[in-house]
Design a binder for this molecule. Sequence first.
Ligand code: NAD
Length: 498
Amino acid sequence: MREIGHFIGGQHVAGKSGRTADVFQPMTGEVIGKVALASADELRAAVENAKAAQPAWAATNPQRRARVLMKFLDLVQRNYDELAELLAREHGKTIPDAKGDIQRGLEVVEFACGIPHLMKGDYTEGAGPGIDIYSMRQPLGVVAGITPFNFPAMIPMWKFGPAIACGNAFILKPSERDPGVPMRLAELMMEAGLPAGILNVVNGDKESVDAILDDPDIKAVGFVGSSSIAEYIYARGSAHGKRVQAFGGAKNHMIIMPDADMDQAADALIGAGFGSAGERCMAISVAVPVGEETADRLVEKLVPRVEALKVGPSTDLAADFGPLVTREALNRVKSYVDAGVSEGAKLLVDGRNFTLQGYEDGFYMGGCLFDRVTPDMRIYKEEIFGPVLSIVRAADYREALRLPTEHEYGNGVSIYTRDGDAARDFAAKVDVGMVGINVPIPVPLAYYTFGGWKRSGFGDLNQHGPDGVRFYTKTKTVTSRWPSGIKDGADFVIPTMG
Ligand code: NAD
């Protein structure tokens, strides 16, 4: 059984708190490791290491900092297969999907390699008599990232890539459910030439998270996870004067207009609804066909596709999706399906009793499809985070637009149509942070920013893209004048350029 401790000051450190959590292999249900849960003192030790190392890293010129990231990209590529397998075994997603998880993280690190350009400030010559003004971006110091189980490679890289490129030292508190890949990424950063103490991984639960939120030396916290925890992180972190961005859960709708290509729409719903067993914050969990006839045509296309989904172990390259992350998650998702049935939704495909021969203890369920779900039902209002797709029939376009707009979550949304006017109107009016037009999972690429609205995101700046650099830096503005431009005598009036 693997013992997973922490990675502090450039080396592996065994946990000292005496508290651990089991790490499961969801495809078999076995416990394959024990991860240490850090105490507040262990978190503090990581902060001390980070604080001591950060000034020299900030003083390293940005091209050299970028070269470390370039080398890291190369090392991850060389270790791709090993990382993807480790990820799939701890998380449960399939190996090809695990590769996508790693790839989307690497793309943000690639973006961060442009840090010499991204951190450039502005300059105005002659803003007043003999006066020049310039601005510069400076790192914050020690910053932290707290990440969820569902993207154990991508989201840590979204956080530490830009933060470290900017000259900060980073404390990563990954999910205790799949800590293996974050630890390997930290090792690879060291191998790439990162100085000790610049990337520390502290494994843990609420105790270490609270220690991060309260630590006066941690200047910013980037969080991704469920909304209730995100809200807590935002409130407690900002009460301590930290910069906080906290991204939460989701209920992503896909609107299917009557003119949509129904095969394309159904295929998109299958991939976006059931990929990774629905454990994606950008998974589509609600399909909104517009008009009864569209709904009937969609149902006809969806039912055989959901029935044909191939659920298999994470190592089965032909599987569409694998198990859920834990037995607790599996039971939670099944109980939502039970709730939908008792609330009166029509369960067209029932995956609750699925078992996989030879893997009877794995955390599997089949795909579930509900029709005639209504906005007052719990299965519509709450995030299920499993392979369950709900159809909410809308009478017309206005009702379809109103559903995601009025939902408490506002992460992603999509519309399938051939009508450019409808798509344009939808993109402009819907109250959701990321919109897809004939694209089911509109995750913006690394050079745009990613972030949901309403209860899907707390804080002002998004993750990655230009916002990632803004979040992990502060701007200083310098107004300068040289003696030849200075008049004699004190001036008691506020300076203006008028
Ligand atoms: P989670 O909220 O349970 O855990 C996230 C992190 O918070 C973990 O590191 C965990 O250790 C920590 N944590 C858990 N309980 C805590 C507590 N009581 N106090 C302090 N810290 C605590 O989320 P999860 O189950 O790991 O991830 C799934 C959730 O993340 C889903 O809701 C999903 O939608 C969301 N998510 C959102 C995005 C996004 O960008 N909006 C991306 C991925 C996942």
